[in-house]
Write a protein that binds this ligand. Structure first.
Ligand code: ZN
Length: 649
């Protein structure tokens, strides 16, 4: 492929899309009405707002708690979420709240541009002393992204100026030039943020710094060794034991598989995709493909969750995908969606959006309660009472059930979720000069520029509960252009018509392309077959062997105890069971559920030992009608067991 940025599609911005209904309107209104205010209250309650009032006596007013190193990132992500929400739904009170917070952030900036509540308040002598573990650069990245989003939403650039000064300081201090330190972020994020800052300001130095961070990573002599020695520590005493944890075990261009902490990994890979695109770097594109293929064909849960291991919050080895102890951090699914979206814009192919969709509708949306104010950090695919694999982060309720929490010691996930939900409109479409790509289906309308003309499109659909999508075109004058409609990877049959006339078109790279001179009122009707699919796992995923999962469209389903009784491990779905789907209007605002025949396989009686010879145990098979709900909605009703992978009888 000849790599030419100008020929590639560009993402749209969220203000180009209105979402009046459907699943995403439902999630956005919960985000606006509950999540954003709930997170602000927590920022306040936990001292994250007051931390910006820099204190010479190293205490936070009114509280005895201390500041933690990652505090500022939570502010940054909340500002970003609020900015996206303000962009589509102006709200004077929220805007005032953000403005007041920005005043505080500005007041905390030091004369040279430095900005960090932890080191500024508590340990000024330790600034930049541990890029490996401490989060100055990570925090800077999130604040930059918040600042850019707020400028775009409101036109106000106070925070952007503050963060540009901080970015300038980082640029003065780190880089390949003589006299600069050759450091880079231990927790990637700033790479992506600098690309965003470059796009917003047009300042080449921010892109160059991002590229430098990527290329310097993992090189010898190793910066993390050097700084450890300067702190008087032995590099081999690094708690994670290997720089694989932070993707710095070897130079990035020599890496071949996704390793380590899953969120760090995908933030880094998303930053690599940004730099690959902006610098038209073929080698980075090739690397991105390699890492993408490794991750999505060996290390991804059916929900789009990433990272089975709690110990490193990340990857272990190929096909190791335990369900009960799955970490599958909400942020990891979000970071996968960020990366997938960027990969599409590097190499336009529906396979990237398929993964984005898988992560968004399953792992990501599971991270927030239906009401919008409780959150999961880890997202297991099986849950039983008395088992809490992730006590440190999530806790359990009094019945020992794993439930969403209203906050965490390290609350990276809630504001991350909030910002991607608020910004979801920007994931719906992309454009080239003559083509509009339709990636996601939901009620919405958009306005894009094609060949210098303004083109309006409106979608009407009940996706993901139904596969029928109607698209109506609005143009001032008849205009020739192409509409590329995504045929999702899960879809095995579809029909397409334009103004009622059936079209037989074959997808190219995951999209059917309808090319004609369009007139106002022209309609495209796409119907995606959406049967209930029994999904079988790769034969090497040992934890799922002999099990199936239920999926319909992009939605992965689960069984919950509240619908199906306890001991879900004993429930099996016969291979010949008829599976049906239907709308349940009273449940969660109207969702499709799956029903069918199942059996409960249990011993007639059990003598009491742990293990018994099969010859002396008689099992009964009790038929019953099961009901499965979308995985992302689990744990919103009575506490109980949950399973995604179900035995097949
Ligand atoms: Zn997180």
């Amino acid at each position: 492929m000849v790599f030419d940025k100008k020929s590639l599609p560009e993402p749209i911005y969220l203000d180009q899309v209105q979402i009046p209904g459907g699943l995403w309107e439902n999630r956005q209104s919960a985000n606006r009405n509950r999540t954003i205010p709930a997170i602000y209250n927590k920022l306040q309650e936990t001292g994250r707002i007051d931390a910006w009032k820099m204190n010479p006596d190293r205490t936070i007013p009114g509280r005895r708690s201390v500041i933690y190193m990652f505090f500022d990132s939570d502010t940054g992500k909340w500002v970003e979420a609020a900015a996206y929400s303000l962009h589509t739904h102006p709200d004077k009170a929220l805007e005032k709240q953000v403005d007041d917070l920005i005043d505080l952030v500005e007041s905390a900036q030091e004369d040279d541009g430095y900005l960090n509540t932890f080191f500024g308040n508590l340990e000024p002598e330790n600034k930049w002393a541990n890029l490996r573990d401490w989060h100055e650069m990570y925090n800077a990245g999130h604040l930059i992204e918040g600042a850019v989003a707020y400028k775009r939403a409101t036109g106000k650039d106070k925070l952007l100026k503050v963060l540009s000064r901080f970015a300038d300081l980082i640029d003065e201090k780190f880089g390949p030039d003589e006299g600069k330190e050759r450091g880079y972020p231990g927790h990637p994020e700033l790479e992506m943020a600098l690309a965003t800052l470059y796009r917003e300001t047009g300042e080449d130095k921010y892109l160059a710094l991002s590229k430098y961070f990527i290329d310097e990573r993992g090189k010898d002599p190793h910066y993390f060794d050097k700084e450890a020695a300067e702190r008087g520590e032995k590099p081999e005493d690094f708690w994670a034991q290997s720089y694989k944890y932070c993707q710095a075990h070897k130079p990035i261009r020599e890496q071949e598989e996704a390793t380590g902490h899953a969120v760090r990994a995908c933030y880094l890979y998303a930053g690599i995709a940004d730099v690959a695109l902006e610098t038209e770097d073929e080698e980075l594109l090739e690397l991105s493909r390699l890492l993408w293929n490794d991750l999505t064909s060996h290390q991804m849960y059916i929900t789009g969750g990433l990272g089975p291991a709690h110990s490193v919050e990340g990857f272990t080895f190929a096909y190791d995908l335990p369900n009960e102890t799955a970490y599958a951090e909400t942020c990891a699914g979000i970071s996968l969606a960020f990366w997938a979206h960027r990969m599409f814009h590097l190499e336009p192919h529906g396979r990237y959006i398929d993964v984005m969709e898988r992560a968004l509708y399953n792992n990501v949306l599971a991270g927030v309660s239906y009401e919008g104010d409780q959150f999961f950090y880890a997202n297991p695919l099986t849950s039983y009472p008395f088992i809490n694999p992730h006590e440190h982060f999530s806790g359990v309720n009094s019945d020992k059930h794993y439930r969403r929490q209203d906050w965490f010691f390290c609350p990276c996930c809630p504001p991350n979720l909030s910002r991607i939900v608020a910004n979801i409109g920007s994931y719906f479409y992309s454009t080239t000069d003559e083509r509009v790509y339709v990636h996601m289906y939901n009620d919405n309308s958009t306005s894009v520029e094609l060949k210098g003309a303004t083109v309006g499109l409106s979608q009407s659909t009940n996706y993901p509960w139904d596969g029928a999508i109607q698209l109506t075109v609005d143009v001032e004058n008849p205009t020739e252009f192409e509409i590329a409609l995504r045929i999702p990877g899960w879809c095995r049959g579809y029909s397409l018509s334009v103004n009622g006339n059936a079209q037989s078109l074959t997808p190219e790279n995951g999209y059917v392309i309808v090319s004609r001179e369009w007139q106002s009122g022209d309609t495209v009707t796409l119907t995606l077959d959406m049967p209930v699919d029994r999904i079988v796992p790769h034969p090497q995923i040992r934890q799922d062997a002999g099990h199936i999962a239920l999926q319909r469209g992009p939605i992965v389903y689960c069984l919950e105890e509240v619908d199906n009784g306890a001991n879900l491990a004993n429930v099996a779905i016969p291979a010949n069971s008829q599976l049906d789907s239907g709308m349940e209007g009273d449940l969660f605002g109207g969702i499709a559920v799956i029903t069918g025949d199942a059996v409960r396989i249990e011993p007639e009686e059990w003598s009491g030992g742990m293990y018994e010879p099969q010859a002396v145990v008689k099992h009964t098979r009790t038929p019953f009608k099961f009901k499965a709900i979308p995985y992302y909605l689990w744990a919103n009703r009575e506490p109980g067991e949950m399973r995604v992978w179900i035995r097949e009888a």
